[in-house]
Structures are given as C-alpha cells and as structure tokens.
Design a protein around this ligand. Sequence first.
Ligand code: EPU
Length: 433
Amino acid sequence: MKQYRIVGGTPLQGRCVLPAAKNSVLPILAATLLCSETVVLHRVPRTSDVRTSLQLLETLGKTPCRPPRAPLTIAPGPMLCSELPWDLAAAMRSSIFYLAPVLHKTGRVTMPMPGGCRLGPRLIDIHLEGLARMGAKITWQPKTVTLTRNGVLHGADYTLRIPSVGATETLLMAAAGAQGASVLRGAACEPEVKDLADFLNRCGADIHGAGTPIIRVRGTPELGGCAFTPLPDRIIGATLACAAASAGGRVELPNARADEMQDILQLLERAGCRVERQNGVCIQAEGRLQGVGKICTGAWPGFATDNAPLLAAAMLRAEGTTEICDTLFEKRFACAAQFAAMGADVQVKGRTLCIAGRQTLHGAECYAPDLRGGAALVLAALGAQNELSTVWDAGHIDRGYPCLAAMLRKLGANVRTKTVQGRKIDTQPLIYL
Ligand code: EPU
C-alpha cells in the first residue's frame, strides 16, 4: 500500500506547470475510438486512471504509444471486442465514456458498473436515457448493462434531467457519430465539456454551443484525427493554490487559466490570500487566514465540488468558521474524520462540512477515502507545524495527480512517498451526523 509522509510547516515557494486536465483527457481518450486517423495528445498526465484508460483502449483494438517525455499517440485499429473487461471498467468511473464510442463502432457494448470515488450514489440513468433516445436498446443483467443498436444511432432532441458532466460528454460522443442532428438541452457547461467538443470538432465533428446549456450537433459518419492539447488541470491548480493557503508561501502556476479557476481563487481571496491573475495565476498566503463562512458547491460556474475538500483543508486553521455544503455528492466529506484525527474542529451535518478554525493541527496517521479527500489530507498535513503525518491508501491520490508528492517537493514541501507491504485498516469512525 502506498503512503504519503508529510512533515508540515514549510512555506511553499516556486512554480509548477499544470498537466492537462484528467477530466478532459479521460473522455477524449474514449472518443479516440471514433477516430479513423492517428490522434496525438500533448501533456497527458501519467495518472493511474489514464493508465487504466490506455489499457482499455488497447483491449478494444487501439494502439496507444507513449515514449518517455513525448506526446501520447493513438493509432487507429479495428475494434476487437465490445465487452469492457471487468477489472478495467470497475477501476474507474470514466469507463462509462466507452459506452457511446463502442456502441457506434461495433453495434453492441457490455459494461460492468463503473467504479471511481465512492462519493455516494453515482447514477448513470441520464447517460442511458439519452442513448436510448438515439436508438440504443438497453438490457440489464446482474451487475452489467448491454446496449445494442439496430442500424445506426440517430440524432435526437434531448433534455438532461440535471446538467451531468459525464452524461453530457457521453451524449456529445453519441451525437457526433449519429445520423442527423441532435440538440442537447440542459447540458453541463464545465470547461472540460467544451474541451471534449473542441477535440471532436478538430477531428471533423460539427458541434456548436458546447460550454452553454444548449449544444447542437450534426452527426458525421466518420471522424479523422488531430493533434490536441487538452486544457490545463484547474483542479490540480486549485490543489496547489490551497496547498499554499494551508502551508503559507507563494506558488506560481504559469499556465493556469484564471478564468477557469475563479471559483476557488475568489474564495481564497476572501480568506485573505493574495491572487495575481497575469501570466497564469500566482497565490500568496501569509499569516492566519479567515474562514469564508457559508458556501455551496454547484455546477459550472459555481464552486466546483472537487475543490470542496481542498478548500476545507486550507480552512482548518483559519480564524472564524467555514461551512461548505456539497450539492452534488452525498459523501464528499469522508475525509472529515481524518481532519479530526489531526486535531481539526470539524463536523459533517448531512452534506455540509462545518469547520471552526483551530490555531494549530498536529500530525496523525490518516487514510485517503477518495481522490480529492486524499489530496486534502496531504494539504492539511502541510499546515501541521513540524509534525509528521502519514496518509495511507494514497493510491487514491494517484488516480488524479501525476505524483502530487513530487509537485509539492518542487515547491519546497517535505513530502515523501513510500510503498509498504500489507494494508492498514482505518479505524477512524466516520463523522457523518
Ligand atoms: N447523475 C445522475 N444521473 C446520471 C449522471 C449523474 O443522477 O446519469 C448525478 C450524480 O449521481 C451526481 C451528479 O449527477 O450526483 C453529478 O454527476 P456528474 O455526472 O456531473 O459527474 P461525473 O461525470 O460522474 C465528473 C468528474 C468528477 C466531478 C463531477 C462534477 C470526470 C471523470 N469526473 O463526474 O470528478 O466531481 O464531474 O463536476 O469528469 C474527480 O476528478 O475527482 C471527480 C470526481
């Protein structure tokens, strides 16, 4: 099992170039199945979800190639099968992105229930309902779902029940390859959705309005290929900004897009950080921060749910209170019990994490409950002056960060990773009330 070992108290200093956003790259990798020519992707992060996606693509007949320090190239190949292997599909939520492309290419797709962070129920009804409107026939077996089509998928005018990021991306891929025109209403507007549409358009698709709630797509029988650089990872940007807020110091993110990080930057400013938005983003934190009061996560351009535990970590030692309600996921704050193990004054009431800032935190042995929760524990540990903390189960963190420890070390933090034999079991009680 992988551990992070952190000694807190060193202010951060330096710059970090952000890799491409995992949440852009993962649907784009699935979309390459629609491409009949080579795709070249730049700055793809070496995270475990990307590794799993490349294995999945290989199983399905693509030939991904990634020499060290070179872009990722995905050559076209015949589709070999229409069943997503259990171990790969169950390892990440993003296996859902393979439904539409595999169905388009082979006429059939069988998928076990996707894995990913356990943030509460993560339904897939909108993905399936939208695909059904385009002509997919859905059959459930115990623990798997199979989609088939008679003839090609056809365009549809479909309104999403809620602006699901993943479902919008599934339906974009479906509509891009369908016969005729589609309109997606109530679509998610996150930058990663627009990035997927930009990628598909570069490959020859005809998509207008991505990044707004109404997306219009004219189906194209076959997509080509392209060279593409997905947008920089705004959640890693937020992680490093919150790391500076937790540990103090000054962190420059030269390729960060300030307009895509407004949610977290405005809150960090409210807490007392200095933020510069020229030539990327620069965050500076000195002295004790102020709690930010009551806030809620929301769909874009609201406060991103993925940033909620990261901001929470930075607020544990702030003066005054912070209350963060997560409107998207029921169990976003599974990391709260671990914050408490570090001496933080936290409570979870329903979907709301309540923090009464403490002057100091102490080191603790804690357990990453999920990807962002795990990263949040590392950030909290950076704020525990001269104290050693250990974060177990750190494999969760690797799903979304190409070595968070190395990024933080580059900024001067005392963070090491270690792989140890066996597994330690978390005995902290969950503090959901
Ligand atoms: N939902 C449904 N039905 C559906 C799909 C979603 O009810 O068919 C619900 C979910 O249960 C959830 C809400 O809608 O309560 C939002 O889910 P959404 O579909 O928007 O999220 P996602 O596509 O599963 C992506 C990111 C998440 C990020 C969310 C919200 C990827 C691979 N994942 O998930 O990122 O939190 O959007 O912005 O893009 C992460 O990076 O750590 C992560 C979890």
